[in-house]
Design a protein around this ligand. Structure first.
Ligand SMILES: Nc1nc2c(c(=O)[nH]1)N[C@H]1C(S)=C(S)[C@@H](COP(=O)(O)O)O[C@H]1N2
Ligand SMILES: [Mo]
Length: 365
């Protein structure tokens, strides 16, 4: 089936061309690594291939001394050891997390921050205890509106010194799958992923899933910490208060087929039958369609069932590759009817860019 979706041949679509990267971007990029796109091949991403974002420094935490405090607007404040958390009801859930800044470096002009191309995403099996029963035990006050989750990491951003902290409306904290996680893929959390305990909020961009969790505080007014009030907003410019980002927009990615050139990463493949594969996810509803564009001709890919309700779908499409250069693209649509845009609306922080991925490959015999 061919549809009339636009074809924008742009062989340089993946090159951030808005000037050279700054040394600050290089420093961030070498700390915060991406998922190599070939790792989209597995349902569950090995921990070492999962993307990482750390705003400040990775804290060193002695799990024996560590405590989780649950307080604020609650009737029975709690203080829990890691052992106490580990003996609570336990669930394991595969969850796709994506950084809200994924795709930032593809915007022009390029917003200067962690310069993600496309790999700010991954799916891990998180094991932990569901948050909702713990909140019931603590007994939220009737006027609690949000929970504030605070991490042990501390630093300065936008001239404000703070602990990394994010809030979630009370209504979103009891969702199925909201976990206090102490294992990733069956192992204790690695230091960079939040050891000994992190929050995991399925469906939301990654900033919500606070790592190195030390406290949960129920508040009766919306939280106005830096990571809430200033960061993670879609703004026209620095002065615009903008809109907060929350759930992940529908997105799909293609595993670059064939073999890469070392330096340019340009792809080369042999002619003939080629299985194009990738992943698709959405924090709104679920993915119901993935189309693959081959030189502007769009075909429906086969959607594979996800490993769980909060994990990405696999997709695949058989392609008879003919010699020459070809532009490949993929585009997902979710059950709310949202589809990926062909070009992203620019915003100041480079948030929530879910534009269609494009890749030019060379087929040669
Ligand atoms: N305490 C703390 N939690 C944090 C962060 C952080 O810097 N500090 N980064 C957030 C962001 S922006 C993302 S995208 C995810 C990344 O999780 P990961 O590194 O396990 O992939 O963690 C979130 N939780
Ligand atoms: Mo992020």
């Amino acid at each position: 089936m061919t549809t009339s979706l636009p074809h924008q041949a742009d062989p340089h679509a993946l090159d951030p061309t808005d000037g050279p990267l700054t040394v600050e971007e290089l420093r961030l990029a070498s700390r915060n690594h991406a998922l190599p796109l070939e790792a989209l091949g597995s349902d569950v991403t090995p921990a070492g291939l999962h993307y990482v974002v750390v705003h400040f420094d990775i804290p060193t935490i002695d799990a024996g001394q560590w405590r989780l405090r649950l307080g604020g607007a609650v009737r029975r404040p709690l203080e829990l050891t890691l052992d106490a958390i580990r003996t609570r009801p336990r669930s394991t859930i595969p969850v796709t997390l994506e950084c809200a800044g994924n795709g930032r470096a593809l915007l022009r002009p390029r917003p200067v921050s962690q310069p993600w191309l496309l790999g700010g995403v991954g799916t891990a099996e998180w094991t932990g205890t569901p948050l909702a029963p713990l909140l019931e035990e603590a007994g939220l006050d009737a006027d609690a509106v949000e929970l504030v989750f605070t991490g042990a990491d501390h630093g300065i951003q936008g001239d404000e010194e703070h602990d990394y902290a994010r809030s979630l409306p009370v209504g979103d904290t009891s969702g199925a799958g909201v976990l206090l996680a102490y294992e990733m893929n069956g192992q204790p959390l690695p230091p960079q992923h939040g050891y000994p305990l992190r929050l995991v909020v399925p469906g939301w961009y990654g900033m919500t899933s606070v790592k190195w969790l030390t406290s949960i505080e129920a508040v009766t007014r919306p939280f106005d910490g830096f990571q809430q009030r200033v960061a993670y907003r879609r703004q026209r410019d620095a002065e615009d208060p903008g809109e907060p980002v929350s759930r992940m927009r529908v997105r799909s990615l293609l595993i670059p087929p064939g073999i890469p050139d070392f330096f340019t990463r340009r792809r080369v493949l042999r002619p003939g039958s080629t299985l194009l594969r990738g992943r698709a996810w959405s924090g709104h509803g679920t993915v119901e369609r993935v189309e693959v564009g081959i030189d502007g001709q769009w075909l429906d890919a086969r959607l594979h069932p996800p490993a769980g309700p909060f994990a990405w779908h696999g997709w695949s499409l058989e392609w008879d590759a003919r010699p020459g250069d070809h532009e490949l693209a993929c585009r997902a649509t979710d059950t709310t009817g949202e589809a990926q845009p062909f070009a992203q609306a620019w915003n100041h922080q480079g948030m929530a860019n879910n534009a269609v991925q494009r890749l030019v490959v060379t087929v040669r015999g």
